[in-house]
Design a binder for this molecule. Structure first.
Ligand code: URA
Length: 253
């Protein structure tokens, strides 16, 4: 993975560094491209890949194609089951392993965690400041989960979650909102489809909240995080960049 420090916006950088940061060409490939006259800056062919350029102010083209410079990427992933929310892992595939090379150059990381067997909305970015704010316990960013639960979830569970339940380690959860979508019987067992919105993110929180009321989560999917919603067009394992509107909403603008 690219270990170069991230360029800061508003200053001049070597052309080859810009192209490598964007994952478009290695340093030696940039040198070759420049020699071959395939790189242009502000409409003029540039033969020296070491030229200092302000990527915010200048337009760069490779083979006539404009290069879009940005410092950060923001990816909305529908995390599939079976991959871990980490950037590297000795045994398991990670969410970063699902990304195309063009995004790896940014070194994105998951904002928070979903369990290996949980699917759904996961934001990946290299914007540490935004990630920090979203994860700050003081911010109480709401997250909604859909779950299949073994047992007949009822109004008393809703009241318990609204009041806060005590987890196995003694922690009392903040008020959470439960919606019972349906109760049914499958294979002679009571089951419930629910939606639960929590304002915090303790380890295995949703599963442990149901354990606290004597029930077991057998399927879990996150569908919202703050203003972001899981895009129904994304199959598990698929991702896309956030839209301008989504990014603005996330920043609270
Ligand atoms: N709560 C859980 O129990 N697991 C998750 O992955 C997310 C929330």
């Amino acid at each position: 993975m690219n270990q170069e420090p991230k360029p800061k916006s508003g200053k001049k950088l070597r052309l080859d560094k810009i192209l490598s940061h964007l994952g478009l060409a290695t340093r030696s490939e940039s040198k070759k491209l420049a020699k071959q006259g395939r790189i242009a800056v502000d409409g003029k062919t540039v033969k020296d890949s070491g030229l200092q350029v302000d990527p915010e102010l200048s337009s760069i083209e490779v083979d006539g194609q404009p290069v879009r410079y940005r410092e950060f990427v923001y990816l909305l992933l529908n995390k599939p089951q079976g991959v871990v929310s980490a950037t590297e892992d000795r045994y398991d595939r990670t969410v970063v392993d699902l990304l195309d090379t063009e995004y790896l150059a940014f070194e994105p990381f998951p904002v928070g965690r979903l369990d290996k067997d949980t699917e759904g909305l996961l934001l990946l970015t290299n914007d540490g400041k935004l990630a920090h704010e979203l994860l700050s316990p003081r911010k109480h960013v709401p997250k909604t989960y859909e779950a299949v639960v073994l047992g007949a979830v009822d109004e008393s569970d809703g009241q318990a979650f609204a009041a806060g339940v005590t987890l196995d380690d003694g922690y009392k959860t903040m008020p959470a909102e439960l919606e019972i979508v349906r109760n049914y019987v499958l294979d002679d067992e009571s089951r419930s489809d629910i939606r639960l919105t929590i304002m915090e993110g303790k380890f295995h929180q949703v599963k442990r909240m149901f354990e606290a009321v004597g029930k077991k989560v057998i399927f879990l999917k996150r569908v919202t995080m703050g203003p972001l919603e899981l895009d129904p067009a994304l199959a598990p394992g698929q991702y896309r960049e956030l839209s301008e509107d989504e990014l603005r909403a996330l920043r609270g603008e």
